[in-house]
Design a protein around this ligand. Structure first.
Ligand code: ZN
Length: 660
């Protein structure tokens, strides 16, 4: 019983889902809420909005011009089915199993005799099949059906859902295979679905169809659109591209498929291309949260360094897709930097989206909310992706089901094995019983209060005959980490630390990661946050919220003192901050740098994890905190200390004016 990804080879192998379980803690709690609340929440909204009835209407020959939902609403049903399949395997929950059965019946009834399955095209007075490859999402929907079938196949075996998926995949291969239409889908996803479905079934032809779709893309195969062909990555072939561009979720789903095909085909050139794209995109087009996508108009990547915090889009689905890419690259290479990015994205994008009760979600994840949003009505569909509060459901509701399937399978992303032993990539309370070569088992129980605490205790749960290697990831931020075994403590530099020996039941190995809060400075080329600093603690990015300020409006203009280290206090992290007055300028551009405006006093500004923002109600929020710039103060007033907080000065008499 394996998880969402099982390459035929790679540097490390994923654990089977029965070999690892979360036992509470940060992620265990979220996985439990997903199981008890989010799955039913998603199904009830899709029922209420008629997205499920779309399947019934096709089956009953009753489709009309009034079909509710976007052309991709079928995919939400499939993503929910995928989540339910992982959940059923995890807990044996009979309600999840019953939901799979009742959804499968409705989906199966809508399938045409030749295998075509879609509720938006090809029936009644709907547009003909595959008549809008650019925006119609038909193959995208099918890709999600295949991923749902993979989950079912790997956790339960071949059933009606898998048989439906087989017929749909065969229809795709007949229609778009050699000698068929040379089209591709505007939204990549069929590729990653076909590749994994092929791996799960041992059917090479599905992987081959994925390769064909990949190779076709990038040659202007799709019609040009006002956003340009980069929107759907049809501007440059994937193996020639240097960076991710266009719609972020499209780019990342495509990239995940490129890794799958590269690995299955032994295509080192393609794998190198993806690694090159990852390097530049992570170095220049990724937010500190791990979020991706800075343009709202196309939900897309911006140029290098174009990372405005207030206009960050950072769709939750792009976070899911980024983890899909990095997990595949981690399996292929074993490089811990991929696990570093997965961790950053998990704590700061995936954990941010769902509400504590699992019934509301962020779609966009900006790093600066200037105006508090309106509390969302739990009974209403949000018409937009942004808004500053979590919404129960969206008009375009791709993110809730994507969070659901990720959380339901999350335990599959914690650890891997290779011929030498066990590698633990993510730290959470869990029980691992991993099969090693030679029929041996590595049994480790992880006990930790991570990420609040950096102490990770790995208790060996059973004797294993003969030596093996326990490999632990030391995150890139964890300078000063230590490893203790047999009463001896040694330094553990960021990267990988290994313990090779014969393990006996009851032994404890302790990894101590320094999670004291720390300042993080941006590359000065990210203009939008130049002159600002962020605070991180362990894997968590922190933020300030307006509700923690005596004057909420001061969030706009506060400055913090970077010479005073952030420290814990009152259940938060505190930084020294100077709250400004309100200069009331009539024109915001001045003939000379402005000093810090009227001193309303120093406070200890509480910072909290970004993933917790707006959980206490609508609020202004910012991750990047301005520091006083030396340049902002005339030299005579600034004194000799670079970066010093200037003495408060009245600003009103120094202002520029558009009228002068
Ligand atoms: Zn989404």
């Amino acid at each position: 019983m394996t998880g969402p990804v099982l390459p035929s080879h790679g540097r490390v192998r994923p654990l089977g889902l029965a070999q690892v379980s979360l036992t509470g803690g940060f992620w265990g709690d979220r996985q439990a809420v997903n199981a008890t609340a989010t799955l039913a929440h998603c199904e009830s909204w899709m029922e209420r909005l008629g997205w499920l009835a779309n399947f019934d209407r096709v089956a009953d020959g009753a489709t009309g011009p009034d079909r509710p939902g976007w052309s991709f609403s079928d995919s939400e049903v499939y993503k929910l089915l995928e989540a339910l399949a992982w959940e059923t395997a995890r807990t044996g929950d009979p309600e999840a199993e019953a939901a799979i059965k009742r959804l499968t019946v409705r989906v199966a009834r809508a399938q045409d005799p030749d295998g075509y399955l879609n509720t938006c095209f090809g029936h009644g007075d709907q547009p003909p099949r595959y008549s809008d490859l650019e925006m119609g999402h038909e193959l995208y929907n099918t890709g999600h059906l295949l991923q749902a079938a993979v989950a079912r196949l790997r956790t339960s075996g071949e059933d009606d859902l898998v048989r439906v998926a087989r017929r749909a995949a065969d229809h795709v291969c007949r229609t778009f295979g050699p000698g068929g239409s040379a089209g591709i889908c505007g939204h990549p996803e069929i590729e990653v679905g076909l590749a994994e479905f092929g791996r799960a079934l041992g059917e090479e032809r599905y992987v081959e169809q994925a390769r064909l779709f990949l190779d076709r893309r990038g040659h202007g195969t799709l019609r040009d659109i006002p956003l340009g062909r980069a929107y759907f990555q049809d501007d440059v072939p994937v193996r020639e591209a240097d960076v991710w561009r266009g719609h972020a979720v499209r780019a990342l789903y495509l990239t995940a498929a490129a890794v799958d095909v590269a690995v299955e085909r032994g295509d080192g050139e393609l794998l190198d291309a993806v690694r090159r794209q990852w390097e530049r995109s992570v170095a220049r087009r990724t937010y500190i949260t791990g979020g991706m996508g800075s343009r709202h108009q196309d939900e897309g990547f911006g140029e290098d360094w174009e990372l405005p915090p207030d206009r960050a889009y950072c769709e939750t689905c792009a976070g899911v897709a980024s983890i899909m890419v990095s997990w595949r690259l981690l399996l292929a290479t074993g490089d811990p930097r991929y696990a570093d990015l997965i961790e950053r994205t998990l704590y700061n994008v995936i954990a941010t989206s769902p509400s504590s009760d699992g019934r509301a979600f962020f779609y966009a994840n900006p790093l600066h909310q200037r105006t508090p949003g309106k509390a969302a009505d739990p009974d209403e569909v949000s018409p937009r992706a942004e808004g500053g509060t979590r919404a129960a459901w969206f008009d375009v509701s791709c993110c809730p089901t994507n969070v659901a399937r990720t959380l339901a399978s999350l335990h599959g992303y914690l650890a891997t094995t290779d011929d030498d032993g066990l590698q633990i990539h993510q730290y959470a309370p869990c029980a691992i019983r991993a099969e090693l070569p030679g029929g041996r088992t590595a049994a480790v129980d992880v006990e930790t209060g991570y990420p609040e605490s950096g102490v990770v205790r790995l208790r060996v749960a059973a004797d294993t005959p003969g030596p093996w290697t326990l490999t632990l990831r030391v995150p890139a931020w964890a300078t000063g980490a230590t490893l203790t075994e047999d009463g001896r403590t040694r330094r553990a530099a960021p990267g990988l630390v290994r313990v090779h020996r014969t393990f006996r039941a009851g032994e404890v190995i302790t990894l101590d990661l320094p999670v004291e809060p720390r300042f993080t400075w941006p590359d000065p080329r990210i203009d939008a946050v130049r002159g600002c600093v962020a605070v991180e603690r362990g894997p968590e990015v922190l933020c300030a919220e307006s509700r923690d300020l005596p004057d909420p409006a001061a969030l706009d203009a506060l400055v913090i003192d970077p010479r005073s280290a952030p420290r814990a206090g009152g259940g938060a992290v505190l930084v020294r901050a100077l709250l400004p007055g309100h200069p009331g300028r009539s024109w915001p551009y001045l003939p000379r740098p402005a000093p810090a405006a009227g001193d309303a006093g120093w406070i200890d500004l509480p910072l909290r994890p970004y993933h917790s923002w707006a959980r206490r109600g609508p609020a202004g929020m910012r991750v990047w905190l301005p520091v006083p710039a030396a340049e902002a103060v005339p030299a005579a007033e600034a004194g000799s200390v670079t970066g010093a907080v200037p003495a408060a000065a009245a600003a009103g008499d120094r202002e520029g004016s558009p009228a002068r």
